[in-house]
Ligand binder design. Sequence first.
Ligand SMILES: NC(=O)c1ccc[n+]([C@@H]2O[C@H](COP(=O)([O-])OP(=O)(O)OC[C@H]3O[C@@H](n4cnc5c(N)ncnc54)[C@H](OP(=O)(O)O)[C@@H]3O)[C@@H](O)[C@H]2O)c1
Length: 254
Amino acid sequence: MKVLLIGATGNLGIRLVAALLTHGHSVVAFVRSSKKLESLLPASVFHQIAVVQGDATDAVLIKRAILDAGCDAVVNAAGLAAMAPWGKSELPAIFHAVVNAVREAGMERKKPLRAWFLAGLGVLYYPGSESMLSDYIPIYLEHRQNLYLLRSLPPDALDWSVLCPSTMTPESSDISVPTENSCGQLIANATTPPLWQDSWMKHIPLIGKTLLCAMNAGRYETTLEQNADFVASDLESYESRWSGTTVGVIDGSK
Ligand SMILES: NC(=O)c1ccc[n+]([C@@H]2O[C@H](COP(=O)([O-])OP(=O)(O)OC[C@H]3O[C@@H](n4cnc5c(N)ncnc54)[C@H](OP(=O)(O)O)[C@@H]3O)[C@@H](O)[C@H]2O)c1
């Protein structure tokens, strides 16, 4: 597919460039600074991609970039959610602009685009309930409003998925194509975290489920490379089992 990658200079973004190329996609990187992207990538990788400069809060520019390059899919890795419940970041404005741009581009080309967005573990449901994990540990709450925006769209507006990792760490600082990841593939699950470890402790009044969320959280650490590979691999097909859903991931090899 031809993929518009927004936020290609980020920790995940640069690894997405490599993973997308490795999986045979064409990459159009949408970044604030082409020079910065060039400094982060080996020349051999940088020369394989097209670059559009702009701000990710500019929906008109993003839509133009999609239509001018003839992109079939968009991955948004731009913006970083504020951790504290009272914190504010640019992520909701970026998310809003990207959703509008992708939606309008889909209408103009008369075919909805495929799009991957990023959120965090907190927007997944506590297994067996309709409460989000962030109801128990209220951090990175901006992801919730982003998800509500996607869920409020008409079903055929865009073909979205939301990857919901916990902390992602770098496996390596080397960016190469094809990628050489030593970690295994992720195990994924729609709407709830995969392989959740349950305990009688959840029945402790008031704090039981919060304790379980805290106990489980560390198990969901994955690498940036694993997540980049997961998205790039899913985009190999127009049909995705993750359409219209949040996706939790865990490193099954741990
Ligand atoms: N890292 C984690 O452990 C983790 C875990 C769960 C979820 N997530 C989510 O995953 C996403 C990516 O994380 P990350 O660690 O890769 O973040 P990051 O390294 O901070 O990268 C953020 C990217 O967003 C770009 N950006 C910010 N504002 C922009 C704007 N107005 N216009 C265009 N680009 C803009 C930055 O570009 P510049 O280079 O120009 O600043 C950078 O490329 C975030 O949404 C984050 O909340 C991250």
